[in-house]
Design a protein around this ligand. Structure first.
Ligand code: XIL
Length: 340
């Protein structure tokens, strides 16, 4: 049977439409499940990499600047603010109809020496209020949430040694939240931490801190659990821990998800990783106040894990050639797309 070129063109158009519709993004599928987003990190490095940018644009809806909003990149010397790169990221997000999670205002890392050297309360209070006021104020109404304080605890649940804690004790935490709330009353304000994925003194300390902040009506809205997970080791307890964090009635979000595999990586470990990504995705879906999941990277090629923890590799959903891994298909399966 001869088919005209017009009919063939129409058939191809229909097939393309069906493909686009059926190939829904992780973000769209997550929203269809009643969550706010499926997110990832972005910064000027990934925006310069077409393979990464294409996936970020098509799959994700919420973006965390990997470094350009950190203190050292914004106010390296006192009073001198540089927003070039953070503006690029925020502008890209708005141009592509995406949202931003600001990261991070008060953190013991990426702190300039001039801040680390402060020894008196009044000066540090002023410096924190000024930094947060300027940064949060600049993006007022354009940033959905802020990681206001990041990684305040040691593994044993004591407060980490930082200039903030040395000079102000725990008071630096409400101080930071109130400064952020004043600068943008509509932004969702989070405390962000890693290794909350298993029972122990660190999550106990977090629960106690949250209770104390809530009792003082501090403007805190969410807990970010970073979820930098180790395959076959710290994944199975994630659902129960997420539920415990959610019992505070604050929003909870998985903010920096990656699941690292012990080298050498093989198909068996990749299959296990798929199950683990399914478990973590399902954990958020099953908790009402879990608002979303953010990955910490697109391709295994660009992950921070191999350079930070050299005995591990391949923590993400796309491999080093930007091909979807079985873990990606697992996440799609849990979100109700084509089974992985
Ligand atoms: C990491 C970045 O991914 C790296 O590129 C950078 O060299 C160091 O910081 N917890 C956090 C993130 O909150 O800001 C860290 O990001 C990873 C651990």
């Amino acid at each position: 049977m001869k088919i005209s070129s017009t009919a063939l063109g129409a058939l191809c158009a229909i097939r393309l439409a069906v493909t686009e519709t059926s190939a829904e993004s992780l973000n769209a599928m997550m929203k269809a499940k009643g969550k706010l987003y499926f997110g990832n990190i972005v910064d000027t490095n990934t925006l310069a990499e077409p393979n990464a940018t294409e996936i970020l644009k098509t799959e994700f809806g919420m973006f965390t600047p990997e470094y350009s909003m950190k203190w050292n990149f914004i106010q390296a010397s006192q009073g001198k603010f540089t927003f070039d790169n953070s503006d690029k990221v925020v502008d890209w997000a708005r141009k592509n109809d995406k949202q931003i999670r600001g990261h991070t205002l008060v953190w013991h890392q990426n702190i300039p020496d001039w801040v680390d050297a402060i020894t008196d309360k009044a000066s540090l209070t002023k410096v924190i209020e000024n930094h947060i006021g300027k940064v949060v104020g600049r993006y007022r109404g354009r940033v959905y949430a802020w990681d206001v304080v990041n990684e305040v605890f040691n593994e044993n649940g004591t407060f980490r040694n930082s200039v903030f804690h040395r000079v102000l004790g725990q008071d630096f935490i409400p101080l930071a939240f109130e400064a952020a709330h004043k600068a943008d009353p509509n932004a969702r304000l989070y405390i962000n931490e890693y290794n909350l994925d298993f029972p122990g003194p660190k999550i106990d300390a977090m629960m106690n801190l949250i209770q104390s902040l809530q009792s003082k009506n501090v403007s805190i809205h969410g807990i970010g659990t970073q979820s930098h997970l180790t395959s076959n080791k710290t994944v199975d307890t994630v659902p129960a821990q997420l539920k415990r964090l959610a019992s505070t009635k604050l929003d909870v979000a998985i903010t920096e998800l990656d699941i690292r595999l012990k080298r050498p990586v093989d198909d068996e470990k990749l299959a296990k990783q798929k199950q683990e990504y399914e478990l973590v995705t399902r954990a958020c879906l099953e908790i009402n106040n879990c608002v979303g999941v953010s990955m910490w990277g697109v391709s295994d090629k660009d992950s921070w894990i191999p350079s930070t923890l050299p005995e591990f590799d391949a923590p993400l959903l796309w491999n080093k050639k930007f091909e979807r891994k079985v873990a990606y298909k697992g996440v799609v399966g849990v979100l109700g797309g084509e089974p992985g």
